[in-house]
Write a protein that binds this ligand. Structure first.
Ligand SMILES: Nc1ncnc2c1ncn2[C@@H]1O[C@H](COP(=O)(O)OP(=O)(O)OP(=O)(O)O)[C@@H](O)[C@H]1O
Ligand SMILES: [Mg+2]
Length: 370
């Protein structure tokens, strides 16, 4: 077969590898330059694509060939003009991570998605809004850090603490580790407002907001303060967790709140013991969150198994996704890609998010769009 652009394209098309698209191919003597686009910009995936193409081309052409690859990654797809409703200058997407039930893994999922996004080249911040049990500082090994004050346009601003490239602000930075956090409504809202608007976040592609469990005041405060682009719900497959996740989805879907739920993540889906890798135990039940997502017409972003190293790495302040090419980091990368796909759809199809205005009437909260 002739070494021609047409033949190479045909061979690659036949291979049906969906991990890349060919933008262009140039042949200079024995050297072939591939211009490719891929939805998975991680180093490992690019290497896999390079190996795949080199092998298949070598098999088909007898010549001694050299290859060069250029990748275009989806970052370009998230261009500022697709992102609407962003009154906080510099922040393109605010993503709320919620659950309903406590302890299902919101903070774990938040920190691992943050690391996956960083690995993909995005600028990421986390706002730990869990005033009752802020855990992000521990998960990022910055428990004893305190945000510095910086001058920005003659105003004093809080500089987020940075760890593994992620900018972090947490109520935990303003309380002593052993102090019970008994912030209530107005105090909590004020602190959150400061962390949002009196902070020097700089340019961010994503601000992930790790919410406390439940569907209460703090959630309303956040929705009041921030134009939330979309939310992610985390649940275990267990019935009581699912019941609360359902409430969480319903809260975001309320007409007066109307924050798109970008998807549901099932955490602690199953357990596979190292010594019995063929055994899979569904400790909290099977497919519960997957079924719920069907039921409520919410995208299913993926499942995360119970893995000892996820727990350990959280406790040691080194999120599991920092491990290169481990099963668990690949799992979180896949979930993150699914989430980005949904976000891009959302930004294309829906109008900008609006900040909510909450007026208290006769002791009950009524929510209105501004
Ligand atoms: N997939 C997993 N495998 C093993 N351990 C996990 C997994 N997900 C979370 N954990 C562990 O479970 C505990 C609870 O997780 P996490 O703190 O992320 O939950 P949360 O929903 O943020 O809790 P809270 O409601 O208190 O904020 C942590 O000790 C965490 O390390
Ligand atoms: Mg948490």
């Amino acid at each position: 077969m002739d070494l021609s652009k047409k033949n190479i394209i045909n061979i690659l098309k036949k291979s049906q590898n969906k991990n890349f698209e060919i933008l262009n191919i140039n042949i200079f003597g024995n050297e072939i330059l591939f211009d490719l686009s891929t939805n998975n910009p991680t180093l490992q995936s690019k290497k896999n694509i390079e190996n795949f193409i080199s092998n298949i081309i070598k098999e088909n052409f007898e010549k001694k060939l050299e290859f060069k690859f250029k990748f275009t990654v989806p970052k370009q797809e998230i261009s500022p003009n697709q992102i609407k409703g962003k009154p906080i200058e510099g922040i393109k997407n605010v993503i709320a991570i919620a659950s309903g039930k406590g302890g299902v893994g919101k903070s774990t999922v938040t920190s691992n998605i943050a690391i996956s996004l960083i690995k993909m080249g995005f600028k990421v911040g986390i706002l730990d809004a869990d005033i009752y049990g802020p855990s992000i500082p521990i998960m990022f090994d910055v428990e004893n850090a305190r945000p510095l004050s910086v001058k920005e346009l003659d105003k004093n601003k809080m500089k987020p603490v940075e760890s593994y490239g992620v900018k972090i602000l947490s109520i935990g930075f303003f309380t002593k580790p052993d102090q019970a956090v008994i912030w209530r409504g107005p105090m909590a809202s004020k602190a959150l407002n400061q962390m949002i608007f009196d902070a020097s976040w700089g340019e961010l592609d994503f601000l992930l907001v790790d919410l406390p469990p439940g569907t209460g005041d703090i959630h309303l405060s956040i929705l009041q303060a921030l134009p939330v682009t979309g939310s992610i719900i985390v649940s275990t497959p267990q019935n009581i967790a699912l019941a609360d996740a359902r409430k969480g989805i319903a809260m975001f879907n309320q007409k007066s709140i109307n924050v798109p739920v970008l998807g549901l993540i099932e955490n602690m889906s199953f357990f596979i013991p190292d010594e019995l890798p063929e055994n899979k135990y569904y400790i909290f039940g099977k497919d519960g969150a997957k079924n719920l997502s069907h039921d409520m017409n919410v995208n299913f972003l993926g499942e995360v198994p119970i893995v000892q190293s996820i727990r350990e790495s959280s406790d040691f302040g080194h999120p599991a996704s920092l491990q290169q090419n481990s099963k668990i980091s690949l799992t979180f990368e896949k979930i993150t890609r699914n989430f980005i796909t949904e976000l891009l759809k959302r930004n294309k199809e829906l109008p900008p998010s609006e900040i909510l205005k909450i007026t208290t009437m006769a002791g009950c909260s009524e929510i209105k769009n501004k």
